[in-house]
Design a protein around this ligand. Structure first.
Ligand code: NAD
Length: 481
C-alpha cells in the first residue's frame, strides 16, 4: 500500500483506490504536479481512465447491496472510525495542502479540521433524523439513493471529500470520489488515512483523473444514481445537462460573488479587518470570499484609510509561514486569470487603491499576485459581476440601506453574504433580505449543522448536517390495505 514513493523528492503516484485496495492504474496518462510557490515539478501522477472508473463503479454497486441496508448504528460506527482515521493525519493533510497548492497554513489548518469534524457532525445529524415515520397503515422510510459520484474542486480538498463522504455514508450510499487532479498528493494522504478505518470493501473508491474523462463517465453511467459536485458553474451546468439522460440526482455547489454590506454604524476598526479576512479567504480562492464590499458613500474616505492601514497586515509570501495571509495562486492559468481581471478593472475605470498588475516584489518565481483593492467600482463592471477566484476586492458605494440590499442581490450568484454593523436588529433585517444561501453577521463564522449552498447560479441543493444527508436520500412509503 506504499502509495507515495519518493524519487529525488518527486512523488510518484501510479495507483487508485478501488474495492478497498490501492490498485495499478489502467489509464496511462501521466501528469506533473507543480508547486505553486516556485513552479517546480514535485510529483507525477498516473491518471485514471474510463476503464478504471467503470471498475470503481462496479465495486461501489456491489458494496451497495449490503451497505444500502445497513442500520443507523452501523453507519454511526463507520463515521466514528472515519473520524478517528482522518484525525490521525491532520498535520500531514495540512502540510500537503500547503505544499501542493499553496494554501496558507492560516486557512489550511482550520479547513482540514473542519473536514475531519464533518464525520462527527454527520453522525450527530444522523442520530437526530426521522428515519421512519408511521401513521395509520402507512410507513415512510428514508432510503439511500444508491451509488454516488462525488466530484470536487481543488481549493479545499480535504474538506470537500470528507464532507461529501460523511453525508453519503450517513445516508447509506457507497461512493466513487473524483477529486480535482490538482489535488492528487493531498488526496493520497487522505485516502491512506481513510483506508485505516477498515471500511466494507467497495464502500469508498477514489480515482485521480481528469474531469472530462473520469467525471464524465460518472455522470453518464447508469449505475451511478447521484452526483454531488463542487466546482465551476460551467461544469455544473454540463453535469445537469448530461446527467438528465440517466435521471441523475444532482447537488451542485458552484461559484459566488459574495457581498459584504458594511452598515453606516459599523466600527471600522473591527469591520474593515473582518471584511478583508472574508475577501482574501484562502488567498481569494474561496467560493465564499466576500469580494464585493458595499460601503455607505458618506463613509467612503474613512473606509479607504482603514483599508490602507489594515492591508499592511495582509502579507503575501510563503504559505507555510503562519504570519502570511496570502499565498500563491494554484497554477499559472489561475495567475493569468487574476491578472486579466485586474487589467479589466483598470480598463473599465475602477481605481486601484492597493495592489495592481504583476507579481509582488521578491516573489517572482511562483504564481504570486498582488492582493488588490479597487474603489469607485460600479456593480455592472466585470470585476463586480464575475467570480475572479483570487485576492481582488471591489469596493462599491451605496446611498441607502435599500440600495445596499438591491446591489447585493444584483448578481447572478447567491452563495454567501456578510453584514457588518453595530445594531444587531438592523443587521438581521438586512440579512433576511438577501437572496443567498448563507449570511454571516459581524465576521466569518461556521456551524457544521447549518445548510450550505446557493441560490441562483451558485448551485442546486445543500450540504452539511441533516440537509447534506437528505441530498443522498429517497423517500419510500409502504401502505397496507
Ligand atoms: P472545475 O469546475 O474546473 O472543476 C471541479 C471538478 O470538476 C474537478 O474535479 C474537475 O476535474 C471536474 N470536472 C471538470 N470537467 C468535468 C466534466 N466534464 N464532467 C465531470 N467533472 C468534470 O472547478 P475548479 O477550478 O476545480 O474549482 C473552482 C470553482 O469551484 C470555483 O468556481 C468555485 O467558486 C467553485 N467552488 C464552489 C464551492 C461551493 O461550496 N459552492 C466550494 C469551492 C469551490
Amino acid at each position: 500500500m506504499n502509495a507515495i514513493t519518493k524519487t529525488n523528492a518527486i512523488k510518484t503516484l501510479t495507483t487508485h483506490y478501488i474495492d478497498g485496495a490501492f490498485v495499478d492504474s489502467h489509464g496511462r496518462e501521466v501528469m506533473d504536479i507543480i508547486k505553486p510557490t516556485d513552479g517546480n515539478v514535485i510529483g507525477r501522477v498516473t491518471l485514471a481512465d474510463e476503464e478504471d472508473t467503470r471498475r470503481a463503479i462496479a465495486a461501489a454497486k456491489r458494496a451497495f447491496v449490503t451497505y444500502g441496508r445497513s442500520t443507523k448504528d452501523e453507519r454511526a460506527a463507520i463515521l466514528r472510525r472515519l473520524h478517528e482515521a482522518a484525525s490521525a493525519r491532520v498535520d500531514d493533510l495540512t502540510a500537503a495542502m500547503v505544499e501542493e497548492y499553496g494554501g496558507v497554513v492560516q486557512f489550511a489548518g482550520p479547513i482540514v479540521q473542519s473536514g475531519v469534524g464533518a464525520f462527527l457532525a454527520a453522525e450527530k445529524a444522523l442520530q437526530r433524523m426521522p428515519w421512519t415515520r408511521n401513521w395509520r397503515n402507512t410507513t415512510v422510510t428514508l432510503e439511500p439513493v444508491g451509488v454516488a459520484g462525488l466530484i470536487t474542486a481543488w481549493n479545499a480538498n480535504a474538506l470537500f471529500i470528507c464532507l461529501k463522504l460523511a453525508s453519503a455514508v450517513a445516508a447509506g450510499c457507497t461512493v466513487i470520489i473524483k477529486p480535482s487532479e490538482l489535488s492528487s498528493l493531498q488526496t493520497r494522504v487522505l485516502v491512506e488515512a481513510l483506508h485505516e478505518a477498515k471500511l466494507p470493501k467497495g464502500l469508498l473508491n477514489v480515482l485521480t483523473g481528469r474531469g472530462e474523462i473520469v467525471g464524465a463517465e460518472l455522470v453518464r453511467n447508469l449505475d451511478v444514481n447521484k452526483i454531488s459536485f463542487t466546482g465551476s458553474v460551467a461544469v455544473g451546468q454540463g453535469i445537469m445537462r448530461e446527467g438528465a439522460a440517466t435521471m441523475k440526482r444532482v447537488t451542485l455547489e458552484l461559484g459566488g460573488k459574495s457581498p459584504t454590506i458594511l452598515l453606516d454604524d459599523a466600527d471600522l476598526d473591527k469591520a474593515i479587518p473582518a471584511a478583508l479576512v472574508m475577501a482574501f479567504l484562502n488567498s481569494g480562492q474561496a467560493c465564499a470570499a466576500g469580494t464585493r464590499l458595499l460601503v455607505p458613500r458618506s463613509r467612503l474616505e474613512d473606509v479607504k484609510q482603514a483599508i490602507l492601514k489594515t492591508m499592511r497586515s495582509f502579507a503575501v509570501g510563503d504559505p507555510a509561514d503562519r504570519q502570511i495571509a496570502i499565498g500563491p495562486m494554484v497554477s499559472q492559468k489561475q495567475y493569468d486569470r487574476v491578472q486579466s481581471y485586474i487589467r479589466k478593472g483598470i480598463e473599465e475605470g475602477a481605481e486601484v487603491l492597493v495592489g495592481g498588475e504583476g507579481r509582488p516584489q521578491g516573489l517572482e518565481a511562483g504564481f504570486f499576485v498582488k492582493p488588490t483593492v479597487f474603489v469607485n467600482v460600479k456593480n455592472d463592471m466585470t470585476i463586480a459581476r464575475e467570480e475572479i477566484f483570487g485576492p481582488v476586492l471591489s469596493v462599491i458605494s451605496y446611498d441607502s440601506e435599500d440600495e445596499a440590499i438591491s446591489i447585493a442581490n444584483d448578481s447572478k450568484y447567491g452563495l454567501h453574504a456578510a453584514v457588518v454593523g453595530a445594531d444587531i436588529g438592523r443587521s438581521r433585517r438586512v440579512a433576511s433580505n438577501l437572496r443567498v444561501g448563507r449570511v454571516v453577521i459581524n465576521g466569518m463564522t461556521d456551524d457544521p449543522q447549518a445548510p450550505w449552498g446557493g441560490f441562483k447560479f451558485s448551485g442546486v441543493g445543500r450540504e452539511y448536517g441533516q440537509y447534506g444527508i437528505e441530498a443522498f436520500l429517497e423517500t419510500r412509503a409502504i401502505l397496507e390495505a
